[in-house]
Design a protein around this ligand. Structure first.
Ligand code: EPU
Length: 337
């Protein structure tokens, strides 16, 4: 296997930050993953698994062996009357996987069109958008135990999915390398067009009985109209999670801001972080090479040449001002390295 030294990670992170990996190698199979786990131990360096680099903020060079996940492939491993079971390599692009499903008329992931990143990273934070989370189509995943090199299967329950959460971000952080994900997809389309923006887009297009392709096209239109394309402006999607606050805190905010949006869940009321950031005056603010996106303030951007530390500082200032104004703590969704 080819292990390269001092490689720039600029092409491998969607924020477009120019930091190096001490060592860098691409893993195209489970055996190569195992080899690199052992190699990192011999080198006395941490192993860092990189997918699409769409949820990381590089603040320094990585003194690590970076494993770029490149396990590819789609394999139909089972089916019944209603569903098919598809095993997908962790290194496949998430959007290519979604397109593959749409071409085959397998439903379930069309609302998740155009999300950057890889299939292997998708369960890490239970990616979600426009009313759907991957836990709804997830069957199980295969991962290599970094200690024993054994393969372990994780059911949906074992992954302990939550809002942008899983066991792999918490108790089992850095314990497993995900190599494959198995999804169950529906043979008959189950259309989920409840999300306001999707409904609106379908009306504008005059579509009354949407196909999964129509839903995917609508989601792509919405994302393109609101979110910056990482190929043009560096970003990692939502920088913060949407916070859920206790009802009394929400009521207090509402008495001062009667139009505050809020969505109830089991733990309280979820407030869009975009709204809080906009009210705190950050929307569209630019500071030389970095800034807050002008259409979606939940997205921090690197216009080119920005440093990870500058973005980190900006995110701290946003957190402080939102906390001061609303008594709400914003948690980053992006991983700082
Ligand atoms: N809003 C504002 N100002 C703005 C934009 C939005 O106040 O400039 C408020 C509005 O009240 C709006 C609400 O925010 O109704 C929600 O906005 P949007 O539908 O754009 O969704 P979001 O909550 O900001 C979440 C996900 C996105 C996902 C969208 C669509 C998180 C952290 N983010 O954003 O995910 O695409 O919903 O479902 O949950 C990502 O994780 O990287 C990501 C882009």
């Amino acid at each position: 296997m080819n292990i390269q030294e001092n490689i720039s990670l600029l092409p491998f992170n969607t924020f477009g930050i120019d930091k190096n990996a001490r060592f860098f190698a691409q893993a195209k199979s489970t055996d190569e993953v195992k080899y690199l786990i052992r190699k990192s131990e011999e080198m006395h360096l941490p192993l860092f698994v990189l997918g699409g680099g769409s949820n990381i903020l590089l603040t320094k060079n990585l003194e690590a062996l970076v494993l770029k996940m490149e396990i590819k492939g789609f394999e139909l491993i089972g089916e019944n009357e209603k569903e098919i079971f598809l095993k997908v390599g962790a290194g496949e692009s998430w959007h290519d996987f979604v397109m593959y499903c749409i071409q085959n008329n397998w439903a379930g992931v069309e609302n998740l069109s155009l999300i950057p990143g890889t299939v292997g990273a998708s369960p890490m934070q239970n990616i979600g958008a426009y009313g759907v989370e991957i836990k709804e189509v997830f069957d199980h995943l295969e991962a290599v135990d970094r200690d024993t090199l054994e393969i372990k299967n994780f059911s949906s329950e074992e992954c302990r999915f939550g809002y942008r959460e899983s066991v792999f971000k918490n108790d089992l952080k850095e314990r497993y390398v995900i190599t494959h994900v198995v999804f169950h997809l529906s043979k008959a389309p189950v259309i989920n067009a409840e999300y306001g923006a999707i409904k609106q887009t379908l009306i504008e297009k005059g579509i009354e009985s949407p196909t999964i392709k129509d839903i995917s096209d609508a989601v792509i239109d919405i994302r393109r109209s609101k979110l910056p394309d990482p190929a043009r402006i560096g970003n990692a999607g939502s920088f913060f999670k949407n916070p859920t606050v206790p009802v009394p805190i929400f009521e207090k905010i509402k008495s001062a801001y009667p139009n505050v949006p809020g969505f109830s869940n089991e733990e309280g009321i979820k407030i869009p972080a975009a709204w809080l950031i906009e009210q705190a005056g950050w929307k569209g603010k630019r500071f030389e090479n970095i800034g807050v996106h002008q259409l979606q303030p939940l997205v921090l951007v690197n216009y080119g040449g920005g440093e990870g530390n500058e973005i980190k500082e900006l995110s701290s200032k946003i957190q402080e001002s939102v906390q001061k104004k609303f008594n709400v703590v914003l948690q980053p969704e992006v991983n700082f390295l």
